[in-house]
Ligand binder design. Structure first.
Ligand code: PLP
Length: 396
């Protein structure tokens, strides 16, 4: 296997530092590599495979669609696209949908729409420090972390960053050039950091007062991850634009931008587009995902399992308070906040977990261990994670 890993590393441009495993098979919360080693997956392809690997309903929907129609471009209408857009509209604030292939592309669409809506002199977008909005140049510019900008300057103009969760500081940055405020209701990559309820409600008022669009980047947290279909539902406000992607297709590449009739009217034919966006196969997968998420009781169970995951992780961090400051998150996106003592050991902890067959990721510049299991994770699987984590902590 190590030979094949060397081959792989030789073939690819060195943009990823990968774990030494070649994954071949997945079922539910479990992955298997070429050596037959099994892993309990608390990554889920970075909060993507929310129904678990190869969920039968999704697999069936993909296979059925592949046999009928794979691609026609957006020159024509297709039924899977229409069904998906209809469901997204029925279950959100939105009236209109744009379909893309990824998170960054959904955000690009949102940035372009906000600028078009703002008009020629009103183009600035304020986003938050610690945010992550994607890897294309505009979404990198929107990302509020200098490490993602470094080496790629000059950044596209018109992106401004405000301190996290500080309404007064943000208000000072609003000018007559501001067209939108872009936030993740809960920062994922930035370290599982939720914005306060009062802050988000304050943002909504601020945007209304100045006729600025409020954009929610829910690429990581929508589709039930936080216990509601969309995270914004928990704040009793509506954004003007929302982007989602990761879990929408349970692994099929798809992204979506949701907005209102009023805002959508700023785009005319030719203003934006995508060859693959809303591909019938990706849409068929997303339709199966959405139907499952909105089926009775599904999200209740996500909230219940989320509470259980939080409680089990907290019992470990309480016991090892020298190593961890606590647990942060909502629903089934939970992060173990490492202490000053354990931050230098973060990679070691994650690698130990990997060796013992548990997959997790780091977030917040290596200060937080992020757990984003499939939403179908069982209490037994959560117990397995906390038991192994406890064993690793006890040896540090
Ligand atoms: C992952 C992510 C993106 C980028 O999505 P890609 O599909 O990798 O382009 C943007 N915003 C947030 C909040 C994300 O978590």
């Amino acid at each position: 296997m190590s030979h094949l890993i060397d081959v792989s590393n030789d073939l690819f441009i060195n943009t990823y530092s990968r774990f030494p495993a070649i994954m071949v098979e997945g079922k539910g919360c479990r992955l298997k590599d070429t050596e037959g080693k099994e892993y309990l997956d608390f990554v889920a392809g970075i909060a993507v495979c929310s129904l678990g690997h190869c969920h039968p309903v999704v697999t069936e929907a993909i296979c059925r669609q592949v046999a009928n129609l794979v691609h026609v471009s957006n020159l024509y209408h297709t039924m899977p696209q229409m069904e998906l857009a209809g469901m997204l509209v029925d279950h959100s604030f939105a009236d209109k949908i744009f379909l893309a292939n990824s998170g960054a592309e959904a955000n690009e669409a949102a940035i372009k729409l906000a600028r078009k809506h703002g008009g020629e002199t009103c183009y600035e977008i304020i986003s938050l420090e610690g945010s992550f909005h994607g890897r294309t140049l505009a979404t990198v510019a929107a990302t509020g972390q200098p490490k993602f900008h470094k080496g790629f300057e000059p950044m596209p103009a018109g992106f401004i960053h405000a301190p996290f969760n500080d309404l007064e500081a943000l208000e000072e940055l609003v000018t007559n050039r501001t067209c939108a405020i872009l936030v993740e209701p809960l920062q994922g990559e930035g370290g599982i950091r939720p914005l306060d309820l009062e802050y988000i409600q304050g943002l909504r008022s601020l945007c209304d007062q100045h006729s600025i669009l409020l954009i929610f980047d829910e690429i990581q947290v929508a589709m039930g991850r936080t216990g509601t279909l969309f995270a914004y539902e928990q704040y009793r406000i509506r954004p003007d634009i929302l982007t989602t992607a990761k879990a929408l297709g349970n692994g099929m590449p798809i992204g979506a931008m949701l907005t209102t009739n009023k805002v959508a009217a700023s785009f005319q034919p030719g203003d934006h587009g995508s060859t693959f966006g809303g591909n019938p196969v990706a849409c068929a997968a997303a339709n199966a995902v959405l139907k499952t998420l909105i089926s009775p009781g599904f999200l209740d169970q996500v909230r219940e399992r989320g509470d259980y995951l939080h409680k089990q992780l907290k019992s470990v961090t309480d016991q090892y308070s020298r190593l961890a400051d606590g647990v942060r998150g909502r629903g089934l996106i939970q992060g173990i906040v490492l202490s000053e003592v354990s931050i230098p050991l973060a990679s070691k902890i994650v690698n130990n977990l990997f060796e013992m067959g548990i997959l997790v990721t780091l977030a917040g510049n290596g200060t937080v261990i992020r757990c984003t299991p499939p939403l179908t994770v069982s209490t037994g699987e959560i117990d397995a994670l906390s038991a192994i984590l406890e064993e690793i902590f006890s040896n540090l």
